[in-house]
Design a protein around this ligand. Structure first.
Ligand code: PGA
Length: 251
């Protein structure tokens, strides 16, 4: 059985004090939760302070991006996967559509970031998803296939087993237009099939595929009843501890 994951992506929100306050409020709301993994991804500047607050809790820490270079080096402004491990991260979001769209991240760069994260012992949450234009052109599966294949290229099955994939249709992110549970399920099943073709059924069966894009307390339940939806990557609705906790309690 795949253990579901509910992850909150805070994006470029929250100063340190607010970030600490958010997890202080969130902790008691989810303290009894064992049915899913809970993850928060604060901005880099708040990681250390949030990590201190999360010690001994059932909430895991993620970063929102990572440098593609292994180890340390002359990369002004970048953050190494080793630094993310050091600060207490277990997960790292890679290839979010906002990075692809606004910072020109390519499939190739995403693949290198995945390699650096794995090398440092992090679990990458790899984001894939088509734009509205691509969906309307009937290209959604072609795009997602390309992104998934590029992300996995050259990885050993044991490495793929350490990944999570987040299907985030770009047209659903921050727009209030969530994909229908059926639309999401169809794409998730397709992704699982592609992964099976690349690294085998066993790894594909164990792979957690999260849905992201306007997930709210009101729509999470229907999404989670779909067989191939193993959790959610939540943006806007993760900023408020109460709404994030309601999403965590999706049943
Ligand atoms: P949203 O963002 O929940 O605000 O749509 C999701 C994401 O970008 O991960």
């Amino acid at each position: 059985m795949r253990k579901p994951v509910i992850a909150g992506n805070w994006k470029m929100y929250k100063l340190i004090a607010e970030a600490v306050q958010t997890v202080a409020e969130l902790k008691p709301l989810v303290a009894a939760v064992t049915h899913c993994e809970i993850v928060v991804a604060p901005p880099f500047t708040a990681l250390w302070a949030v990590a201190q607050r999360l010690e001994g809790s059932n909430i895991q820490l993620a970063a929102q991006d990572v440098c593609e270079m292994n180890g340390f080096g002359a990369r002004t402004g970048e953050i190494s996967a080793l630094m993310l491990r050091d600060v207490g991260c277990r997960y790292v979001i890679i290839g979010h559509s906002e990075r692809r769209q606004f910072y020109g991240e390519t499939d190739e760069l995403v693949r290198r970031k995945i390699g650096a994260a794995l090398e440092a012992g992090l679990n990458p949450i790899v984001c894939v998803g088509e734009t509205l234009q691509e969906r309307e052109a009937g290209m959604a599966e072609v795009i997602v296939k390309r992104q998934v294949e590029a992300a996995l290229s050259g990885l050993h099955p044991e490495e793929v087993a350490r990944l999570l994939i987040a299907y985030e249709p770009v047209w659903a992110i921050g727009t209030g237009h969530t994909a229908s549970p059926e639309q999401a399920q169809t794409m998730h099943a397709y992704i699982r099939q592609r992964v099976a073709a690349l690294v085998g059924e066993k790894v594909a069966d164990g792979l957690r595929i999260l849905y992201g894009g306007s997930v709210r307390p009101e729509n999470i339940r229907a999404l989670m009843t779909e067989p191939d939806i193993d959790g959610a990557l939540v943006g806007g609705a993760s900023l408020d501890p109460r709404s994030f906790s309601e999403i965590v309690h999706y049943f």
